[in-house]
Design a protein around this ligand. Structure first.
Ligand code: DGL
Length: 266
């Protein structure tokens, strides 16, 4: 049985883990949330580039995965090549689903809703140039939605007023009425899809990368010769870097199949 390590700054990667589990139920999953350094979306690029290759190297040595999924758009658009260079296992990065959004949009007006860091990255500009040059693209960054997704999975009520306020600029501008596809360019945001949908009056495709990433994991694993066998116990485990998690938070991980939750010192 192969073993994948899924990494994010917090609970966002669970939206990716869910898709991977659906497609590859036999795959053993470990999850790491870098709670100590969240939110990534507000951190300087240099700080993320310094932290992530080192941290992922340590985690890879500790957990010995066959494949790593950086289930974080901010980390991937900032430091994917540095992380890959530091590791000798295949690394799959989650980046904004701009290509499918441009393909689905009839009005050729799309929005990219990510963290403030992601929507500023050159990586995203390059994706737009490559796959959405025929589209008008509205970039919207939000860190409050990251916090809101964290709160939701910690058992707190979501403020629809807040969600509405965070996405209002997408639909309020001159081209707002035309937006028919929104890229959920942060893995936390699919966890708020119902709330996002309920805050918008027009018909919109909400597009994330989860399913495509699951397919990518499947094809990379299919090409690998796996000699290692998972040693018991093979309980899917979540490792949380930082302060001890609340019981609600632990239950949220359990709902996504991570029955064991372990704290790691930063
Ligand atoms: N889940 C992360 C992403 O996909 C970001 C959350 C954060 O800002 O820490 O970008």
């Amino acid at each position: 049985m192969a073993h994948a390590l899924i990494f994010d700054s917090g609970v966002g990667g669970l939206s990716v883990a869910e898709e991977i589990r659906k497609l590859l139920p036999e795959l053993r999953l470990s999850y790491v949330a870098d709670d100590a350094f969240r939110p990534y979306g507000e951190k300087p690029e240099a700080a993320l580039r310094a932290r992530l290759p080192r941290l992922l190297t340590e985690l890879s040595l500790m957990l010995d995965p066959d494949i790593i999924v950086i289930a974080c758009n901010t980390a991937s658009t900032t430091a994917l090549s540095e992380i890959r260079a530091a590791l000798d296992v295949p690394v799959i990065g989650v980046v904004p689903a701009i290509k499918p959004a441009a393909g689905l949009s009839r009005t050729k007006t799309i929005a990219v809703l990510g963290t403030p860091g992601t929507v500023r990255r050159k990586y995203v500009d390059d994706l737009i140039d490559k796959f959405a040059s025929d589209c008008h693209v509205i970039l919207q960054g939000s860190v409050n939605l990251v916090d809101e997704a964290e709160r939701k999975l910690g058992g707190q009520p979501v403020s629809l007023e807040m969600v509405k306020g965070e996405i209002a600029p997408i639909f309020a501008g001159r081209r707002g009425m035309d937006v028919d596809a929104v890229v959920l360019a942060c893995t936390h945001f699919p966890l708020l899809k119902d709330e996002l949908k309920s805050c918008v009056n027009q018909t919109v495709f909400w597009i994330d990368s989860g399913e495509a990433i699951a397919k990518r994991v499947e094809s990379v694993l299919a090409d690998m010769v796996l000699t290692k066998r998972a040693k018991p116990p093979v309980i899917d485990t979540a490792f949380l870097i930082g302060p001890d998690a609340s019981d609600m938070r632990k239950r949220a991980f359990a709902k996504f199949g991570f029955e064991k939750v372990v704290g790691l010192m930063p």
